[in-house]
Design a protein around this ligand. Structure first.
Ligand code: EPU
Length: 335
Protein backbone atom coordinates (compact mmCIF):
# COMPACT_ATOMS: atom_id res chain seq x y z
CA UNK A 1 0.00 0.00 0.00
CA UNK A 2 1.35 3.45 -0.92
CA UNK A 3 0.84 6.31 1.53
CA UNK A 4 1.61 9.99 1.09
CA UNK A 5 2.88 12.40 3.77
CA UNK A 6 2.98 9.50 6.16
CA UNK A 7 3.90 9.85 9.84
CA UNK A 8 7.03 7.92 10.85
CA UNK A 9 6.48 8.29 14.61
CA UNK A 10 5.46 4.64 14.99
CA UNK A 11 8.30 3.53 12.72
CA UNK A 12 11.33 4.81 14.65
CA UNK A 13 12.16 3.71 18.17
CA UNK A 14 13.40 7.21 19.04
CA UNK A 15 9.72 8.13 18.68
CA UNK A 16 10.54 11.27 16.67
CA UNK A 17 7.91 13.14 14.73
CA UNK A 18 8.87 13.05 11.07
CA UNK A 19 6.99 12.31 7.87
CA UNK A 20 7.85 10.58 4.62
CA UNK A 21 6.56 12.00 1.34
CA UNK A 22 5.91 8.43 0.14
CA UNK A 23 5.73 5.24 2.18
CA UNK A 24 5.19 1.85 0.57
CA UNK A 25 4.49 -1.21 2.70
CA UNK A 26 4.57 -4.68 1.12
CA UNK A 27 3.78 -8.10 2.55
CA UNK A 28 5.06 -10.31 -0.25
CA UNK A 29 8.13 -10.28 -2.46
CA UNK A 30 6.02 -10.09 -5.63
CA UNK A 31 4.29 -6.93 -4.33
CA UNK A 32 7.70 -5.30 -3.96
CA UNK A 33 8.89 -6.52 -7.37
CA UNK A 34 5.69 -5.28 -9.07
CA UNK A 35 5.93 -1.91 -7.35
CA UNK A 36 9.56 -1.49 -8.45
CA UNK A 37 8.62 -2.37 -12.04
CA UNK A 38 5.64 -0.01 -12.16
CA UNK A 39 7.10 3.03 -10.43
CA UNK A 40 9.51 5.60 -11.78
CA UNK A 41 11.94 5.72 -8.87
CA UNK A 42 14.82 7.54 -10.51
CA UNK A 43 13.79 10.95 -9.20
CA UNK A 44 13.23 9.80 -5.62
CA UNK A 45 15.57 9.26 -2.75
CA UNK A 46 14.72 5.82 -1.37
CA UNK A 47 15.28 4.31 2.05
CA UNK A 48 14.65 0.67 3.05
CA UNK A 49 13.23 0.71 6.57
CA UNK A 50 13.12 -2.23 8.99
CA UNK A 51 12.03 -1.96 12.62
CA UNK A 52 13.36 1.62 12.84
CA UNK A 53 15.44 0.71 15.89
CA UNK A 54 18.71 2.01 14.50
CA UNK A 55 17.73 5.14 12.61
CA UNK A 56 17.59 8.84 13.34
CA UNK A 57 15.24 10.77 11.09
CA UNK A 58 17.00 14.14 11.06
CA UNK A 59 13.96 15.81 9.47
CA UNK A 60 11.02 15.01 7.21
CA UNK A 61 12.03 12.51 4.55
CA UNK A 62 11.20 13.88 1.12
CA UNK A 63 11.67 10.59 -0.74
CA UNK A 64 10.12 7.11 -0.63
CA UNK A 65 10.34 4.64 2.22
CA UNK A 66 10.04 0.94 1.45
CA UNK A 67 8.85 -0.98 4.49
CA UNK A 68 8.87 -4.75 4.63
CA UNK A 69 5.99 -6.62 6.18
CA UNK A 70 7.16 -9.99 4.82
CA UNK A 71 6.26 -12.51 7.51
CA UNK A 72 6.72 -16.24 8.01
CA UNK A 73 9.13 -18.87 9.28
CA UNK A 74 9.75 -22.25 7.66
CA UNK A 75 12.21 -25.02 8.31
CA UNK A 76 13.74 -25.60 4.90
CA UNK A 77 16.04 -28.45 5.90
CA UNK A 78 17.12 -30.27 9.02
CA UNK A 79 19.42 -33.07 10.03
CA UNK A 80 20.67 -34.44 13.37
CA UNK A 81 22.78 -31.38 14.06
CA UNK A 82 21.16 -28.37 12.44
CA UNK A 83 17.85 -26.81 11.44
CA UNK A 84 17.85 -24.30 8.57
CA UNK A 85 15.09 -21.78 9.20
CA UNK A 86 14.02 -19.27 6.54
CA UNK A 87 12.45 -16.16 8.02
CA UNK A 88 10.65 -13.16 6.49
CA UNK A 89 12.46 -9.81 6.74
CA UNK A 90 9.46 -8.19 8.44
CA UNK A 91 9.34 -10.63 11.38
CA UNK A 92 10.11 -9.16 14.79
CA UNK A 93 13.65 -10.21 15.74
CA UNK A 94 12.99 -11.04 19.40
CA UNK A 95 9.85 -13.08 18.63
CA UNK A 96 12.04 -15.13 16.30
CA UNK A 97 14.62 -15.63 19.07
CA UNK A 98 11.87 -16.72 21.46
CA UNK A 99 10.56 -19.21 18.89
CA UNK A 100 14.09 -20.64 18.46
CA UNK A 101 14.51 -21.07 22.20
CA UNK A 102 11.07 -22.71 22.56
CA UNK A 103 11.94 -25.14 19.76
CA UNK A 104 15.41 -25.86 21.21
CA UNK A 105 17.30 -24.39 18.29
CA UNK A 106 20.50 -22.76 19.51
CA UNK A 107 22.56 -19.88 18.18
CA UNK A 108 20.52 -16.71 18.68
CA UNK A 109 19.74 -16.89 22.42
CA UNK A 110 22.48 -14.32 23.26
CA UNK A 111 20.76 -11.94 20.84
CA UNK A 112 17.56 -11.92 22.92
CA UNK A 113 15.59 -8.67 23.25
CA UNK A 114 17.41 -6.81 20.47
CA UNK A 115 14.77 -4.52 18.98
CA UNK A 116 14.12 -4.47 15.25
CA UNK A 117 13.19 -6.77 12.39
CA UNK A 118 14.86 -9.91 11.03
CA UNK A 119 15.72 -8.13 7.75
CA UNK A 120 18.11 -5.78 9.55
CA UNK A 121 20.07 -8.60 11.19
CA UNK A 122 22.37 -9.21 8.18
CA UNK A 123 22.54 -5.53 7.15
CA UNK A 124 23.78 -4.37 10.53
CA UNK A 125 25.27 -7.72 11.58
CA UNK A 126 23.55 -7.22 14.94
CA UNK A 127 25.52 -8.49 17.91
CA UNK A 128 25.51 -8.82 21.66
CA UNK A 129 27.12 -10.82 24.47
CA UNK A 130 29.76 -12.51 22.31
CA UNK A 131 27.51 -13.51 19.38
CA UNK A 132 26.87 -11.80 16.06
CA UNK A 133 24.20 -12.51 13.44
CA UNK A 134 26.95 -13.58 11.03
CA UNK A 135 27.60 -16.63 13.26
CA UNK A 136 24.19 -18.07 12.36
CA UNK A 137 23.25 -16.58 8.99
CA UNK A 138 23.37 -19.09 6.13
CA UNK A 139 21.76 -17.30 3.18
CA UNK A 140 20.37 -13.80 2.62
CA UNK A 141 17.70 -13.32 -0.07
CA UNK A 142 17.34 -9.85 -1.52
CA UNK A 143 15.67 -8.04 -4.39
CA UNK A 144 17.83 -5.97 -6.70
CA UNK A 145 16.35 -2.49 -6.47
CA UNK A 146 17.17 -1.62 -10.09
CA UNK A 147 16.30 -4.85 -11.89
CA UNK A 148 13.72 -6.38 -9.53
CA UNK A 149 15.65 -9.65 -9.70
CA UNK A 150 15.65 -11.88 -6.63
CA UNK A 151 19.19 -12.87 -5.58
CA UNK A 152 20.69 -15.12 -2.92
CA UNK A 153 23.88 -14.35 -1.05
CA UNK A 154 25.82 -16.91 0.94
CA UNK A 155 27.23 -15.90 4.31
CA UNK A 156 30.73 -15.72 2.80
CA UNK A 157 29.51 -13.20 0.20
CA UNK A 158 28.00 -10.78 2.73
CA UNK A 159 31.35 -9.28 3.87
CA UNK A 160 30.27 -9.21 7.50
CA UNK A 161 32.19 -7.03 9.95
CA UNK A 162 31.51 -5.33 13.28
CA UNK A 163 27.99 -3.84 12.80
CA UNK A 164 28.76 -3.95 9.08
CA UNK A 165 28.05 -5.87 5.87
CA UNK A 166 28.06 -5.51 2.10
CA UNK A 167 24.46 -4.23 2.40
CA UNK A 168 25.79 -1.08 4.11
CA UNK A 169 28.61 -0.63 1.62
CA UNK A 170 28.84 -1.84 -2.01
CA UNK A 171 25.18 -2.98 -2.00
CA UNK A 172 23.84 0.06 -0.15
CA UNK A 173 20.53 1.15 -1.73
CA UNK A 174 20.96 -1.67 -4.27
CA UNK A 175 19.47 -4.72 -2.55
CA UNK A 176 16.43 -5.02 -0.31
CA UNK A 177 16.61 -7.97 2.06
CA UNK A 178 13.45 -10.07 1.84
CA UNK A 179 14.28 -13.30 3.72
CA UNK A 180 17.12 -14.68 5.83
CA UNK A 181 17.94 -18.36 6.38
CA UNK A 182 19.58 -19.17 9.70
CA UNK A 183 21.61 -22.29 10.47
CA UNK A 184 20.59 -23.15 14.01
CA UNK A 185 22.15 -25.82 16.14
CA UNK A 186 20.31 -28.74 17.72
CA UNK A 187 23.39 -29.38 19.89
CA UNK A 188 24.21 -25.82 20.81
CA UNK A 189 27.55 -24.69 22.17
CA UNK A 190 26.76 -21.95 24.66
CA UNK A 191 28.66 -18.65 24.54
CA UNK A 192 28.93 -17.51 28.15
CA UNK A 193 32.30 -15.79 28.30
CA UNK A 194 31.11 -12.20 27.80
CA UNK A 195 31.27 -9.95 30.88
CA UNK A 196 29.16 -11.22 33.78
CA UNK A 197 26.87 -13.51 31.70
CA UNK A 198 28.20 -16.75 33.21
CA UNK A 199 28.05 -15.55 36.85
CA UNK A 200 24.61 -14.00 36.38
CA UNK A 201 23.32 -17.24 34.84
CA UNK A 202 24.62 -19.47 37.61
CA UNK A 203 23.52 -17.15 40.43
CA UNK A 204 20.01 -16.48 39.15
CA UNK A 205 18.89 -19.22 36.78
CA UNK A 206 21.08 -22.31 37.22
CA UNK A 207 22.20 -24.60 34.43
CA UNK A 208 23.03 -23.26 31.01
CA UNK A 209 20.00 -24.09 28.85
CA UNK A 210 18.71 -22.04 25.95
CA UNK A 211 15.82 -20.85 28.09
CA UNK A 212 18.03 -19.89 31.04
CA UNK A 213 20.47 -18.06 28.79
CA UNK A 214 17.62 -16.12 27.21
CA UNK A 215 16.33 -15.19 30.68
CA UNK A 216 19.83 -14.10 31.72
CA UNK A 217 20.38 -11.92 28.65
CA UNK A 218 16.95 -10.35 29.06
CA UNK A 219 17.63 -9.61 32.73
CA UNK A 220 21.05 -8.06 31.98
CA UNK A 221 19.68 -5.96 29.12
CA UNK A 222 16.67 -4.81 31.14
CA UNK A 223 18.95 -3.73 34.00
CA UNK A 224 21.01 -1.46 31.71
CA UNK A 225 19.19 -0.61 28.53
CA UNK A 226 16.04 1.52 28.30
CA UNK A 227 12.95 -0.19 26.87
CA UNK A 228 12.24 1.58 23.55
CA UNK A 229 8.50 1.00 23.95
CA UNK A 230 8.61 3.28 27.00
CA UNK A 231 11.63 5.52 26.47
CA UNK A 232 12.59 6.41 22.91
CA UNK A 233 16.10 5.29 21.99
CA UNK A 234 18.01 3.43 19.29
CA UNK A 235 20.31 1.23 21.39
CA UNK A 236 24.02 2.03 21.18
CA UNK A 237 24.29 5.41 19.52
CA UNK A 238 28.02 5.01 18.78
CA UNK A 239 30.23 2.11 17.73
CA UNK A 240 33.03 1.01 20.01
CA UNK A 241 36.19 2.54 18.50
CA UNK A 242 39.24 0.50 17.54
CA UNK A 243 42.63 2.16 18.08
CA UNK A 244 46.05 1.03 16.87
CA UNK A 245 48.51 -0.72 19.21
CA UNK A 246 50.58 2.48 19.52
CA UNK A 247 47.61 4.67 20.41
CA UNK A 248 46.41 2.04 22.88
CA UNK A 249 49.83 1.93 24.59
CA UNK A 250 49.71 5.68 25.07
CA UNK A 251 46.14 5.61 26.38
CA UNK A 252 46.97 2.80 28.77
CA UNK A 253 49.90 4.76 30.23
CA UNK A 254 47.59 7.71 30.91
CA UNK A 255 44.60 5.55 31.98
CA UNK A 256 45.83 2.31 33.55
CA UNK A 257 42.23 1.12 34.14
CA UNK A 258 41.07 1.50 30.54
CA UNK A 259 39.02 -1.56 29.51
CA UNK A 260 39.85 -3.05 26.10
CA UNK A 261 39.49 -6.10 23.86
CA UNK A 262 42.19 -7.12 21.42
CA UNK A 263 40.83 -7.28 17.85
CA UNK A 264 42.25 -7.33 14.33
CA UNK A 265 44.04 -4.05 13.80
CA UNK A 266 44.45 -3.05 17.44
CA UNK A 267 42.29 -2.66 20.53
CA UNK A 268 38.58 -2.06 20.82
CA UNK A 269 37.67 0.33 23.64
CA UNK A 270 34.12 0.53 25.03
CA UNK A 271 32.70 3.89 23.98
CA UNK A 272 30.53 3.65 27.12
CA UNK A 273 33.68 3.85 29.24
CA UNK A 274 35.05 6.82 27.31
CA UNK A 275 31.74 8.70 27.67
CA UNK A 276 31.44 7.73 31.33
CA UNK A 277 34.96 9.11 32.00
CA UNK A 278 33.78 12.44 30.59
CA UNK A 279 31.06 12.44 33.30
CA UNK A 280 28.30 12.63 30.75
CA UNK A 281 25.81 10.15 32.23
CA UNK A 282 22.51 11.99 32.54
CA UNK A 283 23.76 14.97 30.49
CA UNK A 284 20.88 16.55 28.56
CA UNK A 285 20.40 18.70 25.51
CA UNK A 286 16.76 19.77 25.17
CA UNK A 287 14.72 16.57 25.28
CA UNK A 288 17.71 14.29 24.58
CA UNK A 289 19.67 12.68 27.38
CA UNK A 290 22.72 10.42 27.82
CA UNK A 291 21.25 7.35 29.51
CA UNK A 292 22.12 7.10 33.22
CA UNK A 293 22.88 3.38 33.21
CA UNK A 294 24.50 2.87 29.79
CA UNK A 295 26.02 6.08 28.45
CA UNK A 296 26.38 4.64 24.95
CA UNK A 297 22.63 5.12 24.61
CA UNK A 298 20.92 8.45 23.92
CA UNK A 299 17.30 8.61 25.05
CA UNK A 300 14.34 10.78 24.13
CA UNK A 301 13.00 12.01 27.47
CA UNK A 302 9.63 12.74 25.85
CA UNK A 303 9.74 15.70 23.54
CA UNK A 304 13.19 15.48 21.95
CA UNK A 305 13.68 16.76 18.43
CA UNK A 306 16.25 15.39 16.00
CA UNK A 307 18.18 18.65 16.54
CA UNK A 308 18.38 17.91 20.30
CA UNK A 309 19.75 14.43 19.61
CA UNK A 310 22.26 15.72 17.06
CA UNK A 311 23.43 18.47 19.43
CA UNK A 312 23.89 15.95 22.23
CA UNK A 313 25.71 13.53 19.95
CA UNK A 314 28.07 16.35 18.83
CA UNK A 315 28.72 17.31 22.45
CA UNK A 316 29.55 13.71 23.43
CA UNK A 317 31.85 13.27 20.43
CA UNK A 318 33.64 16.55 21.18
CA UNK A 319 34.17 15.71 24.86
CA UNK A 320 35.55 12.26 24.04
CA UNK A 321 37.81 13.71 21.36
CA UNK A 322 39.07 16.49 23.66
CA UNK A 323 39.79 14.08 26.50
CA UNK A 324 41.11 11.05 24.65
CA UNK A 325 41.82 12.12 21.05
CA UNK A 326 39.38 9.44 19.87
CA UNK A 327 36.66 10.16 17.33
CA UNK A 328 33.42 8.27 17.95
CA UNK A 329 31.40 7.15 14.93
CA UNK A 330 27.63 6.77 15.16
CA UNK A 331 26.19 3.28 14.93
CA UNK A 332 22.77 4.80 14.31
CA UNK A 333 22.03 5.64 10.67
CA UNK A 334 21.17 9.30 10.04
CA UNK A 335 18.49 9.86 7.41
N1 EPU B 1 31.02 0.84 30.78
C1 EPU B 1 31.30 1.93 31.57
N2 EPU B 1 30.27 2.62 32.13
C2 EPU B 1 28.98 2.24 31.95
C3 EPU B 1 28.67 1.13 31.14
C4 EPU B 1 29.72 0.44 30.57
O1 EPU B 1 32.49 2.29 31.78
O2 EPU B 1 28.10 2.91 32.49
C5 EPU B 1 32.14 0.10 30.19
C6 EPU B 1 32.54 -1.06 31.07
O3 EPU B 1 33.95 -1.15 31.03
C7 EPU B 1 31.92 -2.25 30.37
C8 EPU B 1 32.05 -1.82 28.93
O4 EPU B 1 31.77 -0.42 28.94
O5 EPU B 1 32.63 -3.41 30.64
C9 EPU B 1 31.17 -2.56 27.98
O6 EPU B 1 29.81 -2.36 28.33
P1 EPU B 1 28.68 -3.36 27.82
O7 EPU B 1 29.05 -4.74 28.14
O8 EPU B 1 27.37 -2.83 28.30
O9 EPU B 1 28.78 -3.28 26.24
P2 EPU B 1 29.05 -2.12 25.19
O10 EPU B 1 30.36 -2.37 24.55
O11 EPU B 1 28.84 -0.78 25.81
C10 EPU B 1 28.06 -3.51 23.19
C11 EPU B 1 27.07 -3.33 22.09
C12 EPU B 1 25.65 -3.48 22.62
C13 EPU B 1 25.51 -4.87 23.21
C14 EPU B 1 26.55 -5.02 24.33
C15 EPU B 1 26.58 -6.41 24.90
C16 EPU B 1 28.15 -1.82 20.52
C17 EPU B 1 28.18 -0.45 19.93
N3 EPU B 1 27.26 -2.01 21.49
O12 EPU B 1 27.88 -2.42 24.12
O13 EPU B 1 24.78 -3.40 21.50
O14 EPU B 1 24.22 -5.07 23.74
O15 EPU B 1 27.89 -4.77 23.80
O16 EPU B 1 27.16 -7.27 23.98
O17 EPU B 1 28.91 -2.68 20.09
C18 EPU B 1 23.39 -2.01 20.18
O18 EPU B 1 24.11 -2.32 19.23
O19 EPU B 1 22.42 -1.22 20.04
C19 EPU B 1 23.71 -2.53 21.51
C20 EPU B 1 23.01 -2.21 22.59
Amino acid sequence: MLHRNYSLKQYNTFGLNATANYFFEYEAVHELVDFLAETDLKSHQVFFLGGGSNVLFTGNFTGLILYSGIAGKEIVYEDHDYAYVRVGAGEDWDSFVQWCVENEYGGVENLSLIPGHVGAAPVQNIGAYGVEAKDVIDVVEAVNFETGKICKFLNSECEFGYRDSIFKNAFKNKYIVTRVTFKLSKKPVFVLNYGNVSNYLHDKYGDPTLENIRKTIIAIRESKLPDPSRTGNAGSFFKNPVVTDDVFKMLKEQNPDIPSYEVDGGFKIPAAWLIDQCNLKGYTSGGAKVHDKQPLVIVNTGDATAADILALSDHVRKKVEDNFGIILHPEVIFI
